[in-house]
Design a protein. Structure first.
Length: 237
């Protein structure tokens, strides 16, 4: 039996991790890959993970003692930062160091559009750590996900027939998480796109007023874009 390339998918039950697993499962190179999902608690795993992976292992960014075992034999990693973990030095510096010890050859990192000029974000700091560690990388820098409309804004659209966010007339090129997952899966399955960074956006920049009009047409009821002040947005949320 030929040796396989071992991949570790972090945060595999989130939108990006799960979408990437689904894409890797259909990739032509799948038979040459050993795919491992790193999860925080076994009771949080989805039944689908067993079908999409070869193993599910403990991995908790808040527990450095889980890192080495999860990374054993791993060559490529999909790194997705859980949104609640913002202290890069506390949670991600130890993980980057563990990837160095494990001899990881490529880190596919879910970053952020415009991160190169936004040094206060955790994503900027994590990108810097990966580079400083000398790890091969593929930085994926998406715009807002289209899925935000069915997750972050779901309740307000469903219950109040409105989009409530202080965006004014600013335009957003929404990207589908499945399109980002295509890029992530290709990098992970092939090792291509090494030491590259990509800004991933949709093909059309829309205002939220235009988004509301599209939803109105699709849903068959009026959806209104509310443009609250930042203070009102924070207070209502």
């Amino acid at each position: 039996m030929l040796p396989t390339m071992k991949l570790l998918i972090t945060t595999p039950t989130g939108n990006v991790g799960l979408a990437t697993l689904r894409k890797v499962a259909k990739h032509p190179n799948r038979a040459a890959l050993t795919v491992v999902a790193g999860v925080r608690q076994s009771d949080q795993t989805l039944p689908e993970l067993a079908a999409l992976t070869d193993a599910v292992v403990p991995l908790d960014f808040a527990r450095a003692d889980t890192f080495d075992a999860a990374l054993a034999g791993v060559s490529r990693v999909l790194l997705v930062r859980p949104p609640e973990l913002a202290d890069v030095d506390k949670y991600f510096l130890p993980f980057v160091q563990a990837m160095q010890r494990a001899g990881v050859s490529q880190v596919v990192f879910l970053s952020l559009q415009g991160v190169e000029s936004n040094p206060v974000t955790p994503h900027h700091k994590i990108e810097k750590l990966i580079r400083q560690a000398g790890l091969g990388y593929t930085m994926l820098r998406p715009s807002f996900f289209m899925q935000n409309l069915s997750t972050t804004h779901r309740i307000e659209i469903r219950d109040r027939s409105e989009i409530f966010v202080p965006a004014g007339n600013g335009r957003t090129s929404f990207v589908d998480v499945r399109d980002l997952a295509d890029v992530a899966a290709q990098a992970l399955a092939t090792g291509q796109h090494l030491n590259a960074a990509y800004e991933l956006t949709g093909s059309e920049a829309l205002t939220y007023t235009e988004v509301a009009a599209i939803l109105t047409n699709v849903l068959g009821r009026t959806i209104t874009y509310r443009n609250p002040s930042v203070l009102r947005f924070v207070w209502q949320k």
